[in-house]
Design a protein around this ligand. Structure first.
Ligand code: ZN
Length: 182
């Protein structure tokens, strides 16, 4: 399992609800948390590992949390400006305006209903991760020209990587050909 980057189709798809919280879902949540910590992240949504189901994991520093089929049931009228980044858009940090407080309802890894009232950093993480389940990225909330520049940069990067992959494949083909010649 790996974290997909901007340009990957799963990041732009609307995810479907998790039908039942099974051992398989618990295992996925544990793997996602491990991946998140390894990448020094504070949140990771299933579409970021190529799975379009409605769940994410988060840890604002107070301990790991698993959110399955989350619903935002309330937001404060007060807004906050905070810089955000995303493991799927590495190296990019931009200020985003969102509600300062949020109430979210979800199931935990045992299928139990949980309600979280969050403010500050946690409120920010939960809204960012929730967006991922609807195919929305934090760069959708910034200046459109800036967003277009970021998308262009990532497109170029993936084209370069694809070209490198092709070159390597070509080299392999050539080598196996010359081996055959010997
Ligand atoms: Zn993200």
């Amino acid at each position: 399992m790996q974290i997909v980057k901007l340009g990957a189709g799963s990041l732009r798809e609307k995810s479907v609800p998790v039908e039942a919280v099974t051992d398989e879902i618990r295992k996925l949540a544990a793997e996602m948390l491990e991946l998140m910590y390894k990448a020094d992240g504070v949140g990771l949504a299933a579409p970021q590992v190529g799975k379009n189901i409605r769940m994410f994991v988060a840890d604002d520093g107070s301990g790991p949390g698993v959110f399955i089929n989350p619903q935002i049931t309330g937001t404060s009228p007060e807004l906050a400006d905070l810089e955000e980044g995303c493991l799927s858009v590495p190296g990019v940090y931009e200020k985003v305006t969102r509600p300062a407080c949020v109430r979210i309802q979800a199931q935990d890894e045992n299928g139990r209903r949980r309600v979280v009232q969050a403010e500050g950093f946690l409120a920010r993480i939960l809204q960012h991760e929730y967006d991922h389940l609807d195919g929305v990225l934090f760069i959708d909330h910034i200046d459109p020209e800036k967003k277009a520049r970021i998308e262009r940069r990532f497109r170029k990067k993936s084209e370069k990587q694809a070209a490198k992959g092709n070159q390597a494949a070509q080299k392999n083909r050539n080598e196996s050909r010359s081996e055959k010649g010997n």
